[in-house]
Design a binder for this molecule. Structure first.
Ligand code: ADP
Ligand code: MG
Length: 538
């Protein structure tokens, strides 16, 4: 009698097993690495991304590219995750992290083809990754907060090849000053630096302002545009009577009634503004709306007012001036107000901005980025954030390494030596781990139009002869001591990139069964077949 088939899963579930699953995942991961590879380093190219709503982003930043691409393949998405982790942990090195992960997987495939079990490969990778951390600590160089010049070079290295390149020197100055100023007992919270953008003027007009700048001017032209000795109120309720978010229905049957109603409305607003005035405030920032009549009354009282200020700006102003954000007019008293020497409206091109200078808290800072177009400004913001991240984490750990592929070459060399001391098959995986790291200098060379094979061969021989800081200087296109050429990066970029790259590679290698629901049930995994990769992915 024929046996009845056993049905475990619904029909719309697809399954990929064993080598097929591995090959498919590795292919997707490799493709992600290939995508960002061309942007690596000072000679890397930019990508233009167009969103479904036709917004354009032009960028060189690994994590921005991957986030905008809306990748759906599950293994590819794991790669995007490491870029995101790198971004939050360090703020730079996202391309590097993704490329190392992709190369680790590509090299693992060679071993899988030689019938080496994934468990052996992952064991070897884990050993190599741990060894890498040890070696990195050993080759890192100590710096102190007084090494201002070194910190500037770190910021410059972070920004090389980005839209900010031409004004690197000026930006590096701003970045180092800003980070040092917000440093508090060795702790740095980059959230304390406000980044504001203004269209008009050139990139070179980008400035560091002590105080807070918000992207709004006074709401009425009748208000003062400069207030000295400002006493600042922060309110997060609307200065208007009827709450537009709640629908109201009023029936009026006579002109007297209408008149009475309007009078009552006006009285309410008058009371509100009177309370603001009584508190002694001469500047008010409102998170919600301020209606016409309230504007008129505030202007009459010579109070400077901004409306619809974002919550994060309200919080920054609060921290800078000592003002407390008040949610109820009854609470508004002189004690809730903050202080600043000057509140001023400044017009840049088409933009109206408010500068709050001489804040009670001298650590309040804003970097105001200028540029001709939104796309340019956004890319500069990303470059400046890379610089800020790198300087902050160099200061925090006090440890840096040589860039230009030098640290990767030295690591590869020492990991190989470590591999040679092993006896099992893991040795082969350790060797592949080492060569995966060489992908970084090789790509730096390739993107600059140099022959990667020649470059790697020369770098190898220089490191073998003990030049541990030999790297590729892409200012001169020569292999030299990059530490002397001042191409410096924080140690954390490398420790984080290597640890998350090897973690994700190990995780992907351990998968030998992909059970995916297809699009019918609206599951993302099922949709992956439309994501990155060839048609036959699932
Ligand atoms: P990531 O997203 O990984 O930070 P980048 O595009 O910022 O990618 O490139 C970083 C790489 O560029 C690092 O390996 C760094 O050492 C290298 N680099 C930066 N400046 C130079 C330079 N002048 N010469 C050679 N390599 C450089
Ligand atoms: Mg970078």
């Amino acid at each position: 009698m024929p046996e009845k088939p056993v049905v475990l899963m619904p029909e719309d579930v697809q399954r990929l097993l064993g080598r097929d699953a591995q090959r498919n995942n590795i292919l997707a991961a490799k493709m992600v690495a290939e995508i960002v590879k061309t942007t690596l380093g000072p000679k890397g190219m930019d990508k233009m991304l167009v969103s479904p709503t036709n917004d354009i982003t032009v960028t060189n930043d690994g994590v921005t590219i991957l986030e905008e691409m809306q990748i759906e393949h599950p293994a590819a998405r794991m790669m995007v995750e490491i870029a995101k982790t790198q971004e939050t942990e360090v703020g730079d090195g996202t391309t590097t992290a993704v490329m190392i992960a992709g190369k680790l997987l590509e090299n693992a495939e060679k071993l899988l083809d030689k019938k080496i079990h994934p468990i052996v490969i992952t064991k070897g990778y884990r050993m190599a990754s741990e060894k890498a951390q040890e070696i990195l600590k050993d080759i890192a160089i100590k710096i102190t907060p007084d090494d201002e010049d070194v910190l500037k070079q770190i910021a410059m290295t972070a920004m090389t090849g980005k839209g900010a390149e031409d004004s690197r020197d000026w930006f590096a100055d701003i970045i180092v000053k800003a980070v040092k100023q917000i440093r508090d007992n060795g702790k740095i919270n980059l959230g304390d630096i406000k980044i504001e953008k203004s269209k008009g003027d050139g990139i070179k007009d980008t400035e560091l302002i002590s105080g807070i700048v918000i992207d709004k001017g006074a709401i009425s032209r009748d208000m003062p545009n400069l207030v000295r000795g400002s006493r600042i109120a922060l309110v997060d309720f609307p200065l208007e009577l009827r709450n537009p978010e709640i629908e109201t229905k009023i029936s009026i049957s006579s002109p007297e009634q209408l008149h009475g109603f309007i009078e009552q409305e006006e009285r309410g607003i008058r009371e509100m503004i009177e309370k603001v005035k009584l508190s002694g405030a001469n500047v008010i920032f409102c998170q919600k709306g301020i209606d016409d009549f309230a504007q008129y009354l505030l202007a009459k009282e010579k109070i400077y007012a901004c409306r619809r200020v974002s919550r994060s700006d309200m919080e920054k102003i609060s921290k800078a001036t000592g003002a407390r954000i008040v949610s109820n007019l009854g609470e508004l008293s002189p004690f809730e107000l903050g202080n600043a020497d000057l509140v001023e409206e400044v017009v840049h091109g088409e933009d109206f901005l408010t500068y709050i200078r001489g804040c009670q808290n001298p650590k309040a800072l804003t970097i105001l980025i200028h540029g001709g177009s939104e796309h340019v400004i956004d890319e500069i913001e990303r470059a400046i954030k890379d610089g800020l991240g790198d300087v902050a984490c160099s200061l925090q750990s006090g440890l840096v390494v040589a860039g230009g592929g030098a640290v990767e070459m030295e690591l590869a060399k020492r990991i190989r030596e470590f591999g040679n001391s092993l006896s099992g098959r893991e040795q082969l995986a350790v060797e592949e781990f080492a060569s995966a790291l060489e992908f970084i200098p090789a790509s730096l060379a390739e993107n600059a139009g140099l022959d990667p094979i020649d470059v790697i061969a020369e770098l190898k021989s220089r490191h073998d002869s003990g030049e541990k800081n030999a790297g590729l200087n892409l200012f001169t296109n020569k292999i030299e001591n990059v530490l002397e050429a001042r191409i410096i990066e924080p140690l954390k970029i490398k420790t984080q990139a290597i640890s998350s790259a090897s973690e994700v590679a190990i995780m992907i290698l351990r998968i030998d069964d992909v059970i995916a629901s297809t699009g019918k049930r609206g599951n993302d995994f099922g949709k992956a077949q439309r994501g990155i990769g060839p048609e036959d992915m699932f």
